[in-house]
Design a protein around this ligand. Structure first.
Ligand code: PEP
Ligand code: MG
Length: 572
């Protein structure tokens, strides 16, 4: 009998393959002493050898499939396993204190981690702490005989089953082999879901139980269209899903016919359909799906899946590549938005009670100006190669925007004085994702050149409902009148100052929200590349002028349900 598990449809499409279960290993152990020290040292050596073999193979695969950059971190891990200082100290603890290999490793790795982390002024050394932590985890897993897997090691067609995928796990996925994934936690706007859409991997998240129910290597269907996972499907189910897969491909072929068409509505109004990307490699998908802009480049992914900060030149290359590939179409690049659910192993931040309300994004960049200025210089240098718009994330106050813009202008002046070419058509805008800014949009519109509405965060902050928490997902209501009024306020404020307003939150690609946003006058809709053609096809059938007549009515409804009902009966 097959087992069906409901979840949230995170990325469209259907995948059928064997499961690969990505577990967080249980690495707890009792501290103990040993009498046979030689046996303990042999155990250590065996674990070292297995870890090295494993890392060498992962490194080779990563180099081949993902490029040298992403493989660097594994080279650093290998170096540690051969470091006489590190290994020698573990052996001495076994010899001198009769500690078990696990306890000896724990002591030595804690010592190294602390030492590296205390070198406050030396980024390179601090980054080594993350390496020690990672490599020690692998070694400890082997000492304990617990299996340890990395998504980068997958080299067969599979669907991944996991409790959650961190953004850096997702960054390591190889789309050639990973056909789909399903997780216990997360929602449509968690970053693993967003990444899966930009990588065009079918995904179902927030199932709560898939980890407990799935077995390694069994056949599974991931239905990213309806949010369902089927374990051990019957032959009939496989056949039915293969037919669905084919029908979806056919529908995609229909949409593809619109790839070079302009985006216009039935009454000939024009809006821009842009795409959200995480990596320069995603631009190919934007172009293939007829994107007219990059409405959001989440640069934080450039900082992930590696073991140190990207240099100015590395960043310059990435930004230039995106601008050139977009061939003078607008590209909105957002400055670093780290924190919340996006962490960097080499940039340890203090543990926080509420990371989504914490030290993140522009707050961190204004304090770590070394990181911020490096990124701004790379952006300014790249601006000469296309139509760049720079955007600051998580702006709550006018003062933050002014500070960020002043730093940008300072860097610009320095570059220009040094003879570097910087575009003179540079717009500087901001994400509208904090209610305080949304309410004060009229004032912000006097300072910023454009707004891009980040509904993923704007909804979570307005409704006080964590976007990652499936228990409060019922409060995550894009069409609640409170959200629509904020969106309307933001768009009107931008227009009043002669600016454009876009939306790069997931709401922009939602077929039910699109008529409402068109009615409110949104100028640019930025979404996963795969949503562009379905949106273009939908817009062709809608009249902006007719829809605008409904604006007052739907803004004055009481509930999200009433709005949804209104759209379905009167606006589509
Ligand atoms: C948003 O908050 O809507 C957004 C686009 O940014 P992110 O999802 O990266 O937080
Ligand atoms: Mg956001």
């Amino acid at each position: 009998m097959s087992e069906k598990i409901k979840g949230i449809a995170a990325s469209a499409g259907i995948a059928i393959a064997k499961t690969f279960i990505l577990k967080n290993p249980d690495l707890s152990f009792e501290r103990s002493t040993v009498s046979d020290k030689e046996a303990e040292k042999k155990k250590l050596n065996d674990a070292l050898e297995v870890s090295k073999k494993e890392l060498t193979s992962i490194k080779e695969t990563a180099e081949r499939e993902l490029g040298k950059d992403k493989a660097e971190v594994f080279a650093a891990h290998l170096m540690f396993l051969s470091d006489p200082e590190f290994v020698g100290q573990i052996t001495s603890k076994i010899d001198d204190d009769s500690l078990s290999a696990e306890a000896a490793l724990d002591d030595v790795s804690s010592f190294f981690i602390q030492m590296f982390e205390s070198m406050k002024d030396n980024d390179y050394m601090r980054e080594r702490a993350a390496d020690v932590r990672d490599v020690s985890k692998r070694l400890l897993a082997h000492l304990l005989g617990v299996s340890f897997t990395s998504p980068a090691s997958i080299t067969e067609e599979t669907v991944i089953i996991a409790e959650d995928l961190t953004p850096s796990d997702t960054a390591q996925l190889n789309r050639k082999y990973v056909k789909g994934f399903a997780t216990d936690i997360g929602g449509r706007t968690s970053h693993s879901a967003i990444m899966s859409r930009s990588m065009e991997i079918p995904a179902v998240v927030g199932t709560k139980t898939v980890m407990a129910q799935a077995k390694e290597g069994q056949l599974a269907i991931i239905d990213g269209l309806n949010g369902q996972v089927i374990l051990d499907p019957s032959e009939e189910e496989v056949a039915a899903y293969k037919a669905k897969q084919a029908a979806y491909k056919e529908q995609q072929a229909e949409w593809k016919k619109l790839v070079s068409e302009p985006t216009k509505t039935a009454d000939d109004a024009h809006v821009i359909l842009g795409a959200n990307i995480g990596n320069p490699g995603d631009v190919e998908g934007v172009v293939n799906n007829g994107g007219e802009a990059v409405g959001l480049y989440r640069t934080e992914f450039l900082y992930m899946g590696r073991d140190k900060l990207p240099t100015e030149d590395e960043q310059f290359d990435a930004y230039k590549e995106v601008l050139e590939k977009m061939a003078n179409k607008p590209v909105v690049i957002r400055t670093l938005d780290i924190g919340g659910d996006k962490k960097l192993s080499y940039l340890p931040l203090p543990e926080e009670m509420n990371p989504f309300l914490g030290f993140r994004a522009i707050r961190l960049c204004l304090e770590r100006q070394d990181i911020f200025r490096t990124q701004l210089r790379a952006l300014l240098r790249a601006s000469a190669y296309g139509k760049l718009r720079i955007m600051f994330p998580m702006i709550a106050t006018i003062d933050e925007f002014r500070q960020a813009k002043a730093i940008l202008l300072e860097e610009k002046e320095k570059l220009v004085a040094a003879g570097t070419n910087v575009s003179d058509d540079l717009q500087v805008g901001m994400m509208m994702e904090i209610p305080a800014a949304a309410v004060l949009a009229d004032r912000f519109a006097k300072e910023a050149d454009f707004f891009s509405i980040g509904t993923n965060d704007l909804i979570q902050y307005t409704m006080a409902a964590d976007r990652m928490n499936e228990h409060v997902s019922y409060l995550y209501q894009p069409c609640n009148p409170s959200i629509l009024r904020l969106v309307s306020n933001i768009i009107d404020a931008a227009h009043k100052e002669g600016h454009w307003a876009g939306m790069c939150g997931e709401m922009a690609g939602d077929a039910t929200a699109i008529p409402l946003l068109l009615a409110l006058g949104l100028d640019e809709f930025s979404m996963s590349a795969t949503s562009i053609l379905p949106a273009r096809s939908q817009l062709l059938k809608l009249s902006k002028e007719e829809l605008a007549k409904h604006k007052e009515a739907f803004l004055n409804l009481d509930t999200a349900e009433e709005v949804l009902d209104y759209v379905k009966t009167k606006m589509i």
